[in-house]
Design a protein around this ligand. Structure first.
Ligand code: GLA
Length: 331
């Protein structure tokens, strides 16, 4: 038996949502809320208990259908086992400071920590790709790579500008004097029951007509006959543009540019991509009008979950004040 301890952070996305799966730009940061998997390597089973869950995960190394494993949280463990096929199991525990199902990528953090605890060897990109595949088989949701890559590749004090075509990850320093605050809408977020898959299919339908969304212009989007596809395309094209401008403004310390870009991103996700909810809209509006808040928007997939605000340091807000943390590690 070999003792092992792996940690992996959750993430919050500052801007660039529903752009990763069409090769676009995103700007997440790994956060100082994280999941730790510790135990002893060996045996034929991955057996983990979690303080937050009643039943332990018991996953045989030859697990066949991760999406059917019970209890549900064990599916993410099973997804990693199925993708990695480690030579030995693990007996131990999972401890997390991440709120589960809030949209802060608790499942990506669990996958990345489990993969490292099971002895994954490779680059952060390979780790993220494997965990993305694990998430897809576990949840049935055709997620992009942002969450797993942010957890694997985080850099302390920095957001990550990720180009999901070239997979280049460029750390962007967060300016002094601002806080990043994540506020829960109170609505649980379960992508399995949402239109996430439908949005992905709509983006593919757009690409069949006008080619890669990453290279498309607003004019290309406006030229689509189908009004729904036109809106979806317009969101992706304009959101990619906003990520570039937001990253440049952050790096240059031009704080006054952040709010309008975040507001435009939220409006685009609400009106063109249609992934917001009235509760999220109200929360974002409330945050935007709070003194000290520079900008706010929904973050992640939408359909419930959280909003993210960037505020002057010390602004009182009812949420998690998060710091940009280093990516996953194992010891
Ligand atoms: C979820 C997915 C990501 C990404 C976001 C939306 O978090 O897991 O890949 O698509 O939604 O930006």
């Amino acid at each position: 038996m070999t003792p092992v301890r792996a940690r992996a952070p959750g993430r919050v996305n500052l801007i660039g949502d529903h752009t990763d799966y069409s090769g676009g730009l995103v700007l997440p940061m790994a956060i100082d809320l994280e999941t730790v998997v510790s135990g002893d390597r060996g045996g034929e089973v991955v057996s983990l208990e979690s303080g937050d869950e009643k039943r332990r995960a018991e996953v045989p190394l030859d697990v066949e259908d991760p999406g059917a494993v019970e209890p549900r949280w064990a599916r993410y463990v099973a997804g990693v086992v199925a993708m990695l096929r480690p030579p030995a199991g693990l007996r131990g525990e999972v401890v997390t400071t991440l709120p589960v199902g809030a949209g802060l990528s608790s499942s990506a953090a669990l996958e990345v920590a489990v993969a490292l605890a099971l002895g994954f060897v490779g680059t952060t990109l390979e780790l993220a790709r494997m965990c993305q595949a694990a998430e897809q088989v576990a949840s049935g949701v055709p997620c992009g790579i942002m969450d797993q890559l942010a957890s694997a590749a985080g850099v302390e004090g920095h957001a990550l500008r990720i180009d999901c075509t070239t997979m280049a990850v460029d750390p962007v320093p967060l300016p002094e004097g601002v806080d990043v605050v994540v506020v829960h809408s109170g609505l649980p977020r379960n992508l399995g029951g949402t239109a996430y898959g439908e949005r992905r299919r709509e983006c593919s339908a757009v690409e069949e007509r006008i080619g890669p969304l990453r290279d498309a212009t607003v004019e290309d989007a406006e030229g689509l006959d189908d009004l729904v596809l036109r809106r979806r395309a317009r969101h992706v094209v304009t959101e990619n543009e906003r990520v570039g401008r937001f990253a440049a403004a952050l790096a240059g310390g031009r704080l006054d540019e952040l709010g309008p870009l975040m507001a435009a991103s939220h409006a685009s996700l609400r009106d063109d991509f249609e992934v917001s909810t009235p509760v999220l809209d109200e929360l974002v509006a409330r945050l935007q009008s709070t003194p000290g808040v520079l900008g706010a928007r929904l973050t992640g997939a939408g359909f419930g979950g959280c909003a993210v605000a960037i505020a002057r340091s010390g602004t009182e807000l009812p949420g998690w004040r998060v710091r940009a943390a280093a990516g996953a590690s194992v010891s």
